[in-house]
Ligand binder design. Structure first.
Ligand SMILES: Nc1ncnc2c1ncn2[C@@H]1O[C@H](COP(=O)(O)OP(=O)(O)O)[C@@H](O)[C@H]1O
Ligand SMILES: [Mg+2]
Length: 194
């Protein structure tokens, strides 16, 4: 891993963790307002989201809107044997349990998990982004590994939208061969189409 990325990760994580509760909820509402207007949101039946952590944009307004529109929401779960993500159905009454990284996951039978290509839309958390759609994550490479098939196969699903605070933008990210770029980024102010 490059030390540039390590320093950038630490700066951006610090910045987003310094936001006040009011700023966080304002940004969550702004990002939801931008995202829920997109045709990509309206046209998607199966949407992966995440449960926020570490000052990430909280997608709860988007999850509520998806439930109201009778879409199926999924939350990533870590496969116990591979460093890849599966997606578990998530409903209002889902029970949650924390995984080995302390992140909550819906409790359900692995037979109900789906793979990313079965989704129409994926909303991803990120630590930093640039306007070319490059994404810096927490450093585990889980999304990159799970979405690696988008690089080699003629696959178009799912559409990838990063949810971000505007302060997570950087002028240009140093990218690696395995990084999977986003199709769009939604911030509290705007949609960036790549
Ligand atoms: N498709 C992949 N196959 C194997 N390893 C991968 C793949 N994608 C990412 N990784 C591994 O994950 C690690 C973290 O990836 P990185 O892009 O730095 O993290 P993040 O995307 O979370 O910011 C890398 O060091 C890389 O070895
Ligand atoms: Mg990466």
């Amino acid at each position: 891993m490059s030390s540039d990325n390590a320093a950038l990760r630490s700066d951006k994580r610090k910045l987003r963790n310094q936001l006040s509760g009011n700023q966080q909820s304002g940004h969550a509402a702004g990002v939801a307002n931008q995202t829920c207007r997109l045709p990509e949101f309206h046209n998607s039946r199966r949407i992966a989201c995440y449960l926020s952590n570490d000052g990430e944009i909280n997608p709860h307004y988007i999850i509520e809107a998806a439930w109201q529109a009778r879409k199926q929401v999924y939350i990533p779960v870590l496969s116990p044997f591979q460093h890849k993500l599966y997606f578990a159905p998530y409903a209002k009454d889902s029970r949650l349990e924390t995984n080995r990284f302390g992140i909550p996951e819906p409790v359900c039978k692995p037979s109900q998990w789906i793979r990313p290509w079965q989704l129409n839309l994926m909303l991803l958390p990120l630590v930093a982004f640039d306007e070319s759609g490059n994404r810096l994550g927490m450093g585990g490479g889980f999304y990159d590994r799970s979405l690696a098939y988008l690089k080699h196969r003629n696959h178009h699903r799912p559409r990838l939208i990063g949810l971000a605070h505007e302060l997570q933008r950087t002028s240009s990210l140093k990218i690696n061969s395995w990084d999977i770029p986003l199709h769009m980024i939604a911030t509290e102010e705007r949609i960036i189409r790549v």
